[in-house]
Design a protein around this ligand. Structure first.
Ligand code: MF3
Ligand code: CO
Length: 257
């Protein structure tokens, strides 16, 4: 069942996703060589709570932290740890969820730590552009497959892998609602997009082969070939005239300068 949201509900979802964007900006300022992903998780939890929300991931299906922090070959769902120390040249994907006023925020950004290899910088840029191209298809009358195909075609045109085992999703009072939003697929296929739907689009793109491995911690997903992967996520409301992006990456990017 796909829940269509009212204007008021979309504004509450926007409030949540703006708080997620501000949280990502806050943690981005602390992503420096020597910091542990556990320390970053603590910063995220404190920031969310001091802004009157609760971390939506904490306790979700038993998840043990406030954020997913995935470094280099980790694709998504990396569990923050005292043993994972950030170093120069790393890429760090941070996925944050909030719960406030009955609704959920969920967005992600992959940060570069200092100078990263040119090919890694390109992976980040292409993954973000794939998200933007998918988002451009998120309008009433299109289908989920239009988003999926836009993401897949752009990423694969660079020879990158598109992870298929995980996908985007509807967003509302629950973090995962229908419909699923795969990052691969065919134009004109899949559920029809209607005014008032809110979805998360979240490409997970690998520099090498798209094969992944689920680590024995029960959460962490990494590339099988241990090459880097990137992940960016937007929450988007479907409107007649086009996408209404509820996440704001400019808050993150302005704070990095
Ligand atoms: N953004 C992720 C998703 O859409 C985060 C969920 S992971 C968990 O699936 F930590 F919350 F479990
Ligand atoms: Co999500």
């Amino acid at each position: 069942m796909i829940y269509l949201k009212t204007e008021e509900e979309i504004e509450l979802l926007r409030e949540n996703n703006i708080l997620v964007s501000k949280t990502l900006a806050e943690v981005g300022r602390h992503i420096k060589p020597g910091v542990t992903t556990k320390q970053l998780d603590r910063i995220i939890e404190d920031f969310i709570r001091s802004n009157g929300a609760t971390p939506a991931f904490l306790g979700y299906q038993g998840y043990p932290a406030s954020a997913c922090i995935s470094v280099n070959e980790q694709v998504v769902h990396g569990i923050p740890s005292d043993n994972i120390v950030i170093k120069e040249g790393d890429i760090v994907s941070v996925d944050v969820g909030t719960f406030m006023k009955g609704f959920v925020g969920d967005s992600a950004y992959t940060f570069a730590v200092g100078e990263v290899a040119e090919e890694v910088r390109q992976l980040l840029e292409v993954t973000k552009e794939a998200l933007y191209r998918g988002t451009a298809q998120a309008k009433a009358g299109n289908r989920v497959g239009d988003i999926s195909a836009a993401v897949q075609d752009y990423a694969e045109s660079f020879g990158y892998g598109v992870v298929r085992e995980l996908e985007g999703h509807g967003l509302g009072r629950k973090m995962h609602e229908e419909p699923g939003v795969p990052n691969y697929g065919l134009r004109g296929r899949g559920p029809l997009l209607k005014e008032g739907m809110v979805i998360c689009i979240e490409p997970m793109i690998t520099m090498g082969n798209r094969a992944i491995v689920f680590e024995r911690d029960g959460w962490t997903v990494r590339t099988k070939d241990r090459k880097p992967a990137a992940h960016f996520e937007f929450a988007v409301a479907i409107r007649k005239n086009g996408p209404d992006v509820l996440t704001d990456f400019s808050i993150i990017e302005n704070s990095l300068r």
